[in-house]
Design a protein around this ligand. Structure first.
Ligand code: SAM
Length: 291
């Protein structure tokens, strides 16, 4: 995506100028970004320099992007990506507004939530927006090496590493909201029940677990997925080159299969199933483990 190497000399020149002439360094970084809009190094340098053209002066959130962020690369190479950095950053706004609609439907407005766990938070595509709404009330968790240090340093959140074995995760506490955007969509259905139990166990009394699955109609009608009699299929590929595809691929299931999984694992039905609540075709499913 980003031909960063073509701009290495410019980046080096700008870096050498940062202390003596930050305005000139900023101009060079901007010129790199104009030619290579996915150049995170130039954008992060503008943030570091407090340059007036940095994204954070417009968005009013932390706009530092970690180069290890697979979701950034995924968004940056997508068909709608004309300006990868802007689109990555503003995609988090989309999640925030979509989540607020879901929380309102649950009669539990996001702004009043006392503690929020963003599980499978990656390198903070959404976390950076969430901390502005819930300062001091956000925790996050993921498995990607470096992601939790990044979250702590950049967003000041409580951050703890997850595990590939759900039962081994050590949650520091329970949370009013446990939000899991697009994790089950990647995990084989054989492990969903274990994940649902563990994630529901991290919800405090009166709280809610919200997770997403692919919308069946979108899968069938827009993506041409044909289900066999099991109502389920698993593709060993995902947006992430970092994670093992047999453990983290693309998991497709009919609504009936999803509902059965929830009932079997938690002995309850969702209190809300909002079709296409997130992105193009992610349904939001909300469970109240404590009734
Ligand atoms: C599709 S990405 C979504 C990231 C984030 N929720 C967002 O909206 O930007 C799925 C995330 O799940 C994380 N993940 C994969 N396996 C995990 C596990 N066992 N525990 C926690 N997170 C995991 C990946 O590292 C990745 O960050």
């Amino acid at each position: 995506m980003s031909a960063a190497s073509a701009f290495d000399d410019d980046i080096r020149r700008a870096r050498a100028l940062e202390q003596a002439n930050p305005a000139e360094a900023g101009r060079i970084y901007m010129s790199v970004l104009e030619q290579d809009p996915a150049n995170i190094e130039a954008s992060n340098a503008l943030e570091r320099l407090n340059d007036p053209h940095r994204y954070s002066s417009w968005m009013r959130i932390n706009c530092v992007i970690d180069p290890r962020d697979d979701i950034f690369r995924f968004i940056g190479t997508g068909p709608y990506s004309h300006n990868p950095i802007r689109e990555y950053l503003s995609d988090g706004w989309r999640t925030l507004s979509e989540l607020m609609v879901v929380m309102d439907k649950l009669d539990q407005p996001l702004t009043r939530v006392s503690s929020f766990l963003e599980f499978a938070s990656g390198f903070g595509r959404f976390t950076r927006h969430l901390v502005k709404v819930l300062p001091g009330r956000v925790a996050c968790s993921d498995v990607m090496p470096g992601s939790m240090e990044f979250a702590r340093e950049q967003f000041g959140v409580e951050a703890f590493y997850s595990s590939f074995e759900p039962e081994q995760i050590e949650f520091p506490r329970r949370y009013e909201v446990v939000f899991v955007l697009s994790l089950l969509t990647h995990l084989p259905i054989e492990v969903w029940g274990r994940w649902l139990k563990v994630l529901a166990g991290a919800v405090a009394p009166g709280g809610v677990l919200i997770f997403t699955v692919h919308n069946e109609e979108v899968l069938r009608d827009q993506l041409g997925v044909k289900f066999d009699e099991t109502g389920y299929s698993f593709l060993p590929s995902s947006e992430s080159p970092s994670l093992e595809a047999s453990q983290y691929g693309t998991s497709l299931a009919t609504a009936q299969v999803v509902a059965e999984q929830v009932r079997q694992a938690l002995g309850t039905d969702p209190v809300l199933w909002e079709e296409c609540a997130f992105w193009v075709g992610h349904d939001a499913i909300a469970i109240r483990p404590h009734g």
